[in-house]
Design a protein around this ligand. Sequence first.
Ligand SMILES: C[S@@+](CC[C@H](N)C(=O)[O-])C[C@H]1O[C@@H](n2cnc3c(N)ncnc32)[C@H](O)[C@@H]1O
Length: 313
Amino acid sequence: MTAFHHIPVLAADVLEHLTFPAGRKVRMIDGTLGGGGHSALLLEKYPDLELLGIDRDEMALENAGKKLGFAKGRFQLFHGEYARMREFAEKIGWDEVDGILLDIGVSSPQIDLPERGFSWRHEGPLDMRMDQSSEVTAGRVLNFTSEEELCRIFREYGELRSAAKLARAVVEKRQNGFFGTTADLVKLCDETLGKSAPGKLPIPTLVFQALRIAVNRELEQLEEGLASSLELLKSGGRIVVISFHSLEDRIVKEFFRRESTGCICPPGLPVCCCGHKALLELPLRSKAVTASKEELKNNPRAACAKLRVAEKL
Ligand SMILES: C[S@@+](CC[C@H](N)C(=O)[O-])C[C@H]1O[C@@H](n2cnc3c(N)ncnc32)[C@H](O)[C@@H]1O
């Protein structure tokens, strides 16, 4: 089994905001189990907690299963997408839960293992699948997607200004042979868009982020996962979401804002005609929690993390 080193991000804040009453059985879903770091802390803190853990990465599940061994009988793990959390909950007879945690994004082993193809800093296959049983790899997206769609992916998911230029270059380049490795793509980025401006994120970071989001359908997963969470949470139950880039954080913030608002009719209507009801309240209002200087010293990967919390009314 490959060693799995992942430091749970904002761990103290998760424990502060995802709390459960003591002395009665409580249930939670960890939709992004990863190495099981957050789940282990929660299972340790709450002896009456039962946990349903989900990850689309089998390597993560295998490792998390070992880490959580101390809580045998109190957790069940599922391989799949957290957007399917209701289906997994039904399978074990749960119709509501007291808490949900989504720590979205990639785990350290996913980034650090060159063979997973997530990082432009390591040469490896153009893979980027969190779920290695799925068919769509980054290579497939790059080699077979239309120029128009590639442009959309680079623009929307990478927020790349020169998306059209890069999409054109990809399509021209692949006429002379397929893209095989992460290095092929980095070379094309350098040749087409030149070096990144000082102080800005490196262009390959944005391009790789865009492809990763497309390969794993990350934004759709988040939207579906949030909607399912709302249905599964019982009154007083909390959802905590940690996101790592502005596209994800915007979705979480918008969802929490809308679902904590009563009427969402366009301004100026004399009477409400939407019938929308607030289902959530926001203990931190619209504030997000970020990592302290101390945490960043031990774990620079927490730098972009934003934690948001909502409670079901
Ligand atoms: C940042 S790590 C989670 C780390 C974990 N909280 C811990 O403390 O070890 C994110 C994990 O979520 C998984 N993941 C990301 N998106 C997912 C999705 N839509 N469905 C299921 N798992 C997902 C990834 O495979 C990865 O293992």
